[in-house]
Design a protein around this ligand. Structure first.
Ligand SMILES: C[S@@+](CC[C@H](N)C(=O)[O-])C[C@H]1O[C@@H](n2cnc3c(N)ncnc32)[C@H](O)[C@@H]1O
Length: 303
């Protein structure tokens, strides 16, 4: 073979390998399965209304469990709870879709709590929002980084945060976090009775005074108790019901978006005159303390 034909041949081989490596193997109609030491995963393309699809690596099923160093055990995560972070929950898809529709404000800091696979954080991050994902599971950050890589996204802030007694002091957190956020979001977090109202206290601690909280709840049993606990921290609440049909790879989901704000925030951000329409004291629509506080703010502002 002459030098010219050699060059042509190596050019063809290069072109062939370039095409092959550009092929997106993750668009296969069936999930791509893989096995890590100790647990099995799958990789799927997930459609999120209002946003570009995401390629998500998740645990194969809820039978997965791998805690060789006892890290999860020390955090109080049982073998039944271990896989929860790594499954694709329809509520997480709903939250991601809500975030896709929310205009991005560059000065707004967002915290996702109990993020699991962090779909909402990934969508917000891709749109340019300043978001920090957080969870208490030892593997949540690993999955987050892999899913960022699969979607060719830049690194995203992650905070190992536990809203129980084991919450790490800020000085020990693995990334610099804002103590308080303008928007705190979460999905499917109210599945356990929280006897020591840690979740509401954690949210109150990390929500800025004029901040907002969005929780997607697929009608879990602990919602009423959580509402009451949010009320104790002075939050008002309004809710939107949703009933989403199944879509590619995501089960149907029925539930509520619970929106919480402190009275001052409701007054500051809602249109005058209609400010408190649709809002009620979290936990008890007749809670005299919260309603009085709301009225006080209204009076102060109109004086
Ligand atoms: C049912 S999963 C939902 C995951 C994700 N929000 C979604 O909707 O796809 C519950 C998540 O909450 C996290 N979680 C449970 N208790 C927690 C705690 N005390 N502190 C922080 N995260 C917690 C779990 O690790 C898990 O990722």
């Amino acid at each position: 073979m002459g030098a010219n034909s050699n060059r042509r041949w190596s050019g063809l081989v290069r072109a062939f390998w370039t095409r092959i490596s550009e092929l997106d193997l993750t668009v296969a109609p069936h999930p791509v399965l893989s096995s890590m030491p100790g647990y099995q995963t799958k990789q799927e393309r997930i459609a999120i209304a209002g946003a570009d699809d995401l390629i998500i690596r998740s645990l194969l099923d809820r039978r997965q469990y791998f805690d060789p160093l006892g890290e999860a055990d020390r955090l109080g995560i049982s073998s039944a709870e271990w896989p929860l972070f790594g499954l694709l929950w329809p509520s997480g898809v709903q939250l991601a879709a809500r975030m896709a529709l929310r205009p991005i404000r560059r000065d707004e800091r967002i915290l996702e709590i109990g993020c699991g696979l962090a779909l909402a954080s990934l969508v917000t991050h891709r749109l340019g929002g300043d978001v920090t994902a957080s969870d208490c599971h030892p593997l949540a950050e690993t999955f987050l980084n892999q899913n960022l890589h699969l979607n060719r996204l830049e690194p995203l802030k992650y905070w190992h945060a536990h809203w129980g007694e084991r919450e790490l002091p800020l000085s020990q957190a693995r990334c610099t976090i804002q103590a308080q956020y303008d928007l705190v979001i979460g999905s499917d977090l109210l599945y356990e009775a929280d006897a020591t109202p840690c979740l509401a206290a954690f949210i109150a601690r990390h929500s800025a005074p004029l901040g907002e909280v969005w929780i997607i709840d697929p009608d879990r049993g602990n919602r009423t108790a959580f509402n009451r606990q949010m009320g104790v921290h002075g939050f008002l609440m309004r809710e939107e019901r949703f009933d989403a049909a199944a879509s590619a790879g995501v089960a149907a989901c029925k539930g509520r978006l619970l929106v919480y704000r402190r009275a001052a925030a409701v007054f500051a951000f809602e249109a005058p005159g209609t400010a408190f329409m649709g809002w009620r004291a979290a936990g008890n629509s007749n809670d005299p303390v919260a309603l009085e506080r709301a009225a006080e703010v209204r009076l102060r502002r109109s004086a």
